[in-house]
Write a protein that binds this ligand. Structure first.
Ligand code: FAD
Length: 526
């Protein structure tokens, strides 16, 4: 362990989409602050580098999956994985963020000291027995929401008997040859519906084996309005307009799905009837038992999945796996699916804060016993924020807002000489509920381990961009729940605001500060 830890003002953990975005917001708002990004892997991009299966792509539009501060300039609104990775790499390189990343540093433990008013961060380094220590004033966790080392494996009976390759999309073997092979893709989520048409282009046949159906809608790969606006107005001016168009459209669909599910169900069904062969059994294969948007709606660009089904290159089987055999899968219905290759698109294993052990003043923090403040800070845990995106809209919409909010908190602390900001729940009338109110399997399997959401603001994790935009960008930082502390006088305890006779500073909004102390905000506004 290094005897003298390296100190930075802000430490970001994770160099995926969220970490790079957080760094960009931070250095734009505070060119003078020092920061580092610790990244466990040897490259940036997170999800968009890890997943390399055939056809990997976004399932939301790039005008909202792209950053607010950096327009997405390509014609395709539904982009392939490599293009998204290039966008992230270019964002990091252009802003010099890549020089601040320490690769191969996997953070195992973070400990807050109230006495020192700082975090000590311990990171293991691959191939090295020792641990490196860093200290920082503020910590931003951008570690994503799932385990990288393994996806969810439901543990199918007899799986070891299967003679062919069994592949998980999270660890796609580059050399896998599926040309002319019979492939079974187990799953019905975004990954399965991406893989099926992509593999069907070369395989003998691809069967998507699902236990239950998912709502699937087709959407053009290119957004004609966005491309027209880009031509007329240029990238920079067109981007926020398209972004807002897409935000409003997806909000409308989401709200309608919640309030008038029958209308949306009917619309989805008529889309399916148009694109699937006449007489196709839509009830069995495409009609879920839940309401649209109780789980994420799956999107297929230009109806590629339906084309593969129409062409006879792909099919869907809705059944339960009884057991694996040496040459395929025996279903409960009695049918046997012959297969040369099986792909387990059975989902992710959820995890928050990158499995880090969190300690506050020598006490380990039980994350499941904390409440999430504004969906990004933890009750009783000072100077830390984490990024979780929306489940009903693009991740980046929320990631950008989290970063902006953190910058506002930092500006507020700087302006008032505070060294600690901690959300405290002392309102007994606040009830708790699961953090993610989402029926998807990967959420339901692990929701008990996550922090809780409160029944009221500011403890509720909202899923509305418009609401968050107002709350996070414009509402006052000092809301009485986020409590601030000044550094301890030599030898004395830290001074909690309100007990120091310095209430005069409480309530000053960042917008009221002298210009130099305000967060100037990104160049492009949406
Ligand atoms: C296949 C797939 C497709 C998706 N498509 C979309 C989409 O179209 N639209 C959408 O909105 N969302 C989509 N998502 C969700 C997607 O994960 C987010 O959009 C976004 O990429 C998340 O970025 P992130 O940086 O928060 O997390 P990640 O991309 O997961 O990056 C986290 C980074 O943190 C690092 N890390 C984790 N723990 C530690 C630790 N302890 N120490 C150091 N480093 C650590 C990881 O190595 C990784 O580099 C998709 C997800 C998947 C899996």
């Amino acid at each position: 362990m290094n005897a003298v830890p390296e100190h930075v003002d802000v430490l970001i953990i994770g160099a995926g989409l969220s970490g790079i975005g957080a760094a960009h917001h931070l250095q734009t708002a505070f060119p003078g602050k020092s920061y580092l990004i610790l990244e466990a892997r040897h490259t940036l991009g997170g999800t968009w580098d890890l997943f390399r299966y055939p056809g990997v792509r976004s399932d939301s539009d790039m005008q909202t999956l792209g950053y607010r501060f950096r327009p997405w300039t390509q014609a395709k609104a539904i982009a392939d994985g490599p293009s998204i990775l290039t966008y992230l790499r270019e964002t990091a390189a252009e802003a010099g963020i890549d020089r601040r990343i320490r690769y191969g540093h996997s953070v195992d433990q973070v400990s807050w000291s109230s006495e020192q008013q700082r975090w000590t961060v311990e990171a293991g380094r691959e191939g090295s027995a020792g641990t490196l220590r860093f200290t920082c004033d503020f910590l931003i966790s951008c570690t994503g929401y799932y385990r990288y080392d393994e996806g969810h494996n439901p543990g199918f009976e007899g799986i070891e008997r299967f003679a062919g390759p069994i592949v998980h999309p999270q660890h796609w073997p580059e050399e896998l040859d599926y040309q002319g092979k019979r492939v079974v893709v187990v799953g019905s989520g975004a990954t399965a519906v991406t893989l099926v048409p992509a593999m069907a282009a070369e395989a003998a046949h691809v069967t998507m084996l699902q236990r239950s159906p998912t709502y699937i809608i087709s959407r053009p790969t290119e957004d004609a309005i966005a491309n027209w606006l880009r031509k007329v107005l240029g990238n920079r001016a067109a981007y926020p307009i398209t972004r807002w168009k897409n935000v409003l459209l997806s909000t409308l669909v989401y709200q309608l799905s919640q309030r008038r599910p029958r209308v949306i169900k009917k619309l989805i069904r008529s889309g399916l009837e148009r694109q699937l062969p006449a007489g196709y059994d839509i009830d069995t294969h495409f009609t879920p038992r839940y309401k649209p948007w109780d789980q994420r709606l799956c999107l297929v660009p230009d109806g590629d999945l339906f084309t593969a089904i129409r062409d006879g290159r792909a099919s869907i089987v809705t059944d339960h796996i009884d057991h694996f055999t040496d040459n395929g899968i025996q279903l409960r219905s009695g049918e046997h699916l012959d297969a040369d290759i099986v792909v387990l698109a059975t989902g992710l294993t959820l995890r928050l804060l990158g499995d880090m052990k969190v300690i506050v003043d020598d006490q380990p923090v039980d994350l499941s016993a904390t409440l999430a403040y504004k969906g990004m800070m933890l009750s009783g845990v000072p100077n830390v924020a984490f990024t979780i995106g929306y489940t009903n809209a693009s991740w980046t919409l929320k990631a950008d807002l989290v970063s902006e909010y953190v910058c506002r908190v930092l500006a507020y602390m700087d302006a008032h000489g505070y060294t600690q900001a901690v959300p405290i729940n002392d309102d007994p009338s606040i009830g708790t509920r699961p953090l993610l109110d989402f029926a998807a399997g990967y959420v339901q399997r692990s929701v008990d381990m996550l922090p809780k959401s409160g029944t009221r603001a500011p403890w509720r994790l909202g899923m509305s961009y418009a609401h968050d935009l107002v709350t996070l960008r414009h509402r006052r930082i000092d809301d009485g729940v986020l409590r601030f502390t000044r550094p301890p006088r030599s030898g004395g305890p830290a001074q909690r605001d309100g007990s120091t006779g310095q209430d005069d500073v409480v309530g000053v909004e960042v917008s009221e500060l002298p210009l130099g102390q305000q967060n100037p905000g990104p160049a492009v506004s949406a």
